[in-house]
Design a protein around this ligand. Sequence first.
Ligand SMILES: [Zn+2]
Length: 213
Amino acid sequence: MKPPRSTTMRLVALLALLLPAGCSSERAQGIRGAEPYRLSGAACLAVLRERGIAVGRWQHIPDRSCRVDTPVRAGSGRLASFVPPLETSCAMLVAWSDFEAEVNRAARTHLRSPVVAVQHYGSYACRSMTGNAGRASLHARARALDISGFRLADGRIVTVHEGWRGTRAEQRFLRAVASAACRRFSVTLTPESDRRHQDHLHVDIGPWRQCGL
Ligand SMILES: [Zn+2]
């Protein structure tokens, strides 16, 4: 027998509360929310300066469909260097520098050594979103970052590709980083998300929210 409409609506509302954000037809887009980190121009550069993060000029060639707000090139954040040097938007670098202490906390807890370098596949790429050709990727505005691994002070290197299913300590560290990233960034994608993210963690400061854990 079909339940009355009000009961059906209550069930739908209850299910919406119980299901994780990524577990629906909205998986490819996430849930839309306010876009964080609207810092731009001189105000944004001043934040980096206050934090002691030196940036150089990034010779970004503006493309009508892929404009980067306040492009910067940085050899390191507050706590760890970038390998290779990172070319990104000022806002993304500020967001990353807000997150670095959490990465180090996870590294000290699970691996007993702080992170000294972040390996990455870059922030900027003028292309549409993977799995959604109609929408520009957050990489098109350099408001995303693909992290491939971490080098620790004791010389160890933990990559997402091997560490995600590596030793127990590596697994715990990378999941702790991803879990913290879910709280900090708009979208976090991991090897649990899909086949395209087997070797890196994607984080961004776009308007959609999704935690791929
Ligand atoms: Zn990405």
